[in-house]
Write a protein that binds this ligand. Structure first.
Ligand SMILES: *[C@@H]1O[C@H](CO)[C@@H](O)[C@H](O)[C@H]1NC(C)=O
Ligand SMILES: *[C@@H]1O[C@H](CO)[C@@H](O)[C@H](O)[C@H]1NC(C)=O
Ligand SMILES: *[C@@H]1O[C@H](CO)[C@@H](O)[C@H](O)[C@H]1NC(C)=O
Ligand SMILES: *[C@@H]1O[C@H](CO)[C@@H](O)[C@H](O)[C@H]1NC(C)=O
Length: 383
């Protein structure tokens, strides 16, 4: 028993090691890595560290009740998992405390700000109740303006150009589309993908124009294979809801291409894309290779795959969340996020491309030509 466990762990370690590249110094000794930089975070519930707590939303949008947060924080923070998120692990690697949510009162901007909002899409109509990507961008402008006021233009611009801009968005837009246009033609689907990628690319360009240089992007995950979707469609065995998967695959390849084109057009633009789709899909299909016992049932919830309404009676909670890939029907456990964060940080180019995050953080940031941040009135989109 003990021997087989040892053997299993050894196999697991060598499997994960095969996806990682060894930590070697990219720089010569005259150039120390400059990792203590700010991180600005955008997107949906994969990255939301509590913004939705401050919006008047129904309980199903929130994760600010037990047992969310049970494993690491021991209280619910608004993160949609039992502990830390991918962005929390990244923040730990760059010697920071966690990056605070924008709507939390009295936050200090020094280490960056998290603008992400559970349920958010690129398009505001995906969910008008939460903070869409465009509103997140205008909130960022508020922060950039405050930084200029507090630190002066030169220092603020330096920090903004050295910072890393992390984004994970798009999944909710595809849920919206598949739900509202179940009979869309191929042409209509392709049009939607094209517009979504165009709007996402505009968002990245606009951040660049405000001084951003380094981007860390998660592509869109395999939504049709999540326990919540499989449960709502009553899918059996290995089945996934294929409609959204096909669109998401097109999206991911078009988005990679568009971002790569930006790199060739915009001086100093650097990025890393984590192939979240491929890894999560592989984790779902081969849980044991990543050290999980269970990838079809969620740890917390009820129903066919225990995938609905985590934390709302009646629900069941698993004993050991680290044996599960999914905490609730939509979101990985902390253990799942830790593996994803490791792969983002250290992964091979087939997983995190063209750089992994460690390389991205260590790249010398080209000083951006100073661009005056457009003055926007200080506004709070949400009370
Ligand atoms: C919150 O939303 C509910 C339902 O939409 C509404 O009845 C309530 O008045 C709102 N509360 C505040 C403080 O806006
Ligand atoms: C924010 O934090 C930094 C470093 O952690 C500190 O130097 C600075 O004084 C803080 N700013 C405010 C307004 O508290
Ligand atoms: C889609 O097509 C099915 C059958 O072809 C039909 O029953 C359904 O009403 C259609 N849905 C919409 C939203 O048009
Ligand atoms: C953004 O999306 C809208 C549709 O919602 C579309 O009309 C517009 O062309 C898109 N922008 C780009 C740059 O693709």
């Amino acid at each position: 028993m003990a021997a087989s466990k040892l053997n299993f762990n050894f196999l697991l370690l060598s499997f994960l090691a095969s996806l990682l590249i060894p930590e070697i110094s990219l720089c010569d000794h005259s150039r120390q890595p400059k990792r203590h930089v700010a991180m600005f975070i955008f997107g949906d519930s994969i990255f939301d560290a509590g913004n939705d707590n401050y919006i008047n939303l129904s309980v199903s949008y929130r994760a600010n009740y037990w047992p969310y947060g049970e494993t690491f924080f021991h209280f619910p923070t608004g993160r949609f998992t039992n502990g830390r998120l991918i962005v929390d692990f990244i923040a730990t690697n760059i010697v920071q405390p966690f990056v605070p949510p924008y709507l939390q009162p009295g936050i200090n901007f020094t280490n960056g700000v998290n603008f992400a909002s559970g349920g958010a899409g690129v398009f505001p109509k995906t969910d008008p109740k939460v903070i869409s990507l465009g509103m997140q961008l205008s909130n960022f402008k508020n922060v950039a303006n405050s930084m200029e006021e507090q630190l002066g233009d030169k220092e603020a611009n330096k920090r903004l150009s050295q910072a890393v801009y992390a984004t994970c968005v798009g999944g909710n837009d595809y849920s919206y589309f598949v739900h509202n246009y179940p009979n869309a033609t191929q042409l209509e689907q392709d049009e939607f993908v094209k517009n979504l990628v165009g709007n996402l690319t505009d968002f990245v360009k606009e951040l660049y124009n405000l001084g951003a240089r380094k981007f860390a992007i998660l592509n869109v995950g395999p939504r049709g294979c999540l326990p919540a979707i499989r449960q709502s469609k009553e899918l059996r065995g290995d089945e996934c809801e294929e409609g959204s998967l096909e669109m998401i695959k097109k999206h991911n390849s078009a988005a990679s291409k568009a971002i790569k084109e930006l790199e060739s057009k915009l001086s100093g633009f650097k990025y890393s894309i984590l192939d979240f789709y491929t890894i999560l899909y592989d984790m779902i299909k081969h849980p044991k290779a990543y050290g999980f016992k269970e990838s079809r049932y969620s740890c917390c919830g009820h129903g066919m795959y225990n995938a609905a309404h985590c934390g709302i009676e009646p629900y069941t909670l698993c004993k050991n969340p680290s044996e599960y890939l999914f905490f609730d029907g939509w979101h990985p456990t902390e253990h799942g996020y830790r593996i994803l964060a490791d792969l983002f940080w250290n992964g091979k180019p087939s997983i995190a491309a063209p750089y992994n995050l460690r390389q991205l953080f260590d790249l010398e940031s080209t000083p951006s030509f100073y661009q005056k941040i457009m003055k926007f009135p200080m506004m709070n989109n949400f009370p």
